[in-house]
Design a protein around this ligand. Structure first.
Ligand code: ADP
Ligand code: MG
Length: 457
């Protein structure tokens, strides 16, 4: 199980992502030696003004066309440089806007060591990008260095979620849960976009270069073209089959259940298991893992582990002329630009049969959600889980300890209270949704709708 660039997301089974990660780590480990300009000598008011100016600069929502405009890897030199410069045109303003938002938190919150750590991470990342703002990236060598900067950026922010979660838990006396949820929802949605931008260029970068520095003992592909499945464009899998991801996540969550409870419920997949669409595997994997954790936990804790979790997959028929989804805030959402040819089915290389949207219903016999709990399930940090095994007074801080001691990925069945709200943020990012229907006393149905990111009529 590998922690990925997407924070707490477990990723297995995606050759490209694993490849990316192994190279990420290598790049990061060498990065300090090769840079001499990462810390700008701008401090105090000057830096503050620079951040404020950048944060105030106009931004438009990210579009799918943005992610696809440079084409299918391996990219030509010009396309790779264009992708690097384009990435550079998007990231600084977005990072600056997060820095501003953190600064606007009550002082007692920003002073918390964990929240402050995140603030410093953002400042550091912005400072590594600023030197590039003055000049364009014009050579492959510069592009390589920029790749290292991006890899460092992705790595630096990997553990943001557990760290922020800890910070806000410690500050819960000073801020209302509604304010925390509002801040985190904006922040974590913006983070989805920032990471997507950085990881897309990194994926294109790695997929466009010959792999000639593989560690010994590994089979050595002559080019990354062979290592990356042809249906990938950067981080987008144009033929993603949710049923495959559900099976991977079932394995992972099943293992956690065996460790924690000594049992593993069964999962059956019905409906249209062959359905496929273009989507971002790490996003789908994050959501499914969280929803399965909830379903498995409820099933076991209600003593119904013999009842299978029923997953039904339905591919929605395409609706011609339907308006593409548009997110309200330039920083937090994604917009499909209906006039852009770049993401037509053909351009994406998706098969004609791939769907525009897929709904997955996860049905458990875990007893449902108590009516008094229901109003809180979308709040960050709300959980009904408390790990008695740890026998500690810390409540959900134990879930966080489990996370950090396991190297950054979420290996606890529950306890952070981020599963549902963050899954909804991921689903909504590309115009999807999550709806929870509880049949109290019986079980829960969760309807996850994901819009295929590669097909618009
Ligand atoms: P966590 O799982 O860390 O507690 P989540 O955001 O995933 O956080 O879920 C919040 C709460 O919603 C859970 O603690 C649980 O009480 C309730 N819940 C979510 N899904 C289910 C489900 N399928 N069955 C019963 N309760 C659920
Ligand atoms: Mg959960």
């Amino acid at each position: 199980m590998a922690a990925t660039g997407f924070g707490t997301m477990p990723v297995r089974g995606h050759a490209q992502l694993i490849l990316t990660r192994s190279r990420l780590i290598r790049h990061t480990s060498t990065s300090q030696k090769t840079w001499d300009w990462t810390n700008r000598p701008t401090t105090g008011d000057a830096a503050r003004d620079e951040v404020a100016q950048l944060a105030a600069s106009p931004r438009r929502p990210l579009t799918l066309a943005d992610l696809l405009r440079h084409g299918r890897p391996p990219l030509s030199k010009d396309a790779l440089l264009a992708s690097a410069n384009f990435t550079l045109s998007l990231l600084p303003a977005r990072l600056a806007s997060r820095i501003q938002a953190l600064r606007n938190l009550p002082f007692i919150v920003v002073s918390n060591p964990y929240v402050s750590k995140i603030y410093q991470n953002y400042r550091h990342s912005l400072s590594t990008l600023l030197p590039y703002q003055q000049r364009r990236i014009t050579t492959l060598e510069e592009e390589n260095q920029f790749g290292e900067v991006l890899a460092d950026l992705v790595q630096t922010h990997t553990n943001t979620i557990p760290i922020l979660a800890r910070g806000f838990l410690e500050c819960r006396k000073y801020v209302s849960p509604a304010d925390v949820t509002r801040f985190l929802d904006t922040h974590l949605r913006a983070r989805i976009g920032t990471r997507l931008i950085a990881e897309q260029h990194l994926a294109l970068h790695f997929a466009s270069q010959p792999v000639n520095d593989e560690p010994p003992g590994r089979s050595k592909p002559s080019s990354s073209k062979e290592a990356v499945p042809s249906n990938y464009i950067g981080v987008i899998d144009t033929a993603l089959q949710p049923a495959r991801i559900i099976r991977l996540c079932e394995d992972f969550v099943g293992e956690i259940c065996e460790l924690k409870y000594g049992v593993r419920p069964r999962l059956v997949i019905g409906g249209e298991p062959e359905a496929s669409f273009a989507h971002i595997p790490v996003h789908v994997e994050y959501i499914i893992t969280e929803l399965l954790k909830n379903a498995f936990r409820a099933t076991i804790e209600s003593g119904n582990e013999r009842e299978p979790i029923e997953v039904t997959i339905a591919a929605a028929p395409d609706v011609p002329g339907k308006e593409p989804p548009v997110a309200g805030d330039a920083d937090i959402g994604f917009q499909l630009d209906a006039n852009d040819e770049a993401y037509s089915t053909e351009a994406m290389g998706a098969s004609k049969s791939s769907s525009q949207s897929i709904t997955i219903r996860i049905r458990d016999r875990g007893g449902g959600i108590p009516p008094e709990v229901l109003p809180h399930i979308w709040s960050y940090s709300f959980t009904t889980f408390s790990d008695v095994d740890f026998n500690s007074e810390n409540g959900n801080l134990d879930a966080l300890n489990t996370i950090s001691s396991s190297g950054g990925h979420l290996s606890s069945i529950a306890g952070l209270g981020y599963g549902l709200p963050l899954s909804r943020a991921y689903a909504e990012y590309f115009g999807g949704s999550i709806a929870v229907q509880s049949l109290w006393g019986w079980g829960t149905d969760v309807y996850l709708t994901l819009k295929g990111v590669g097909k618009v009529d």
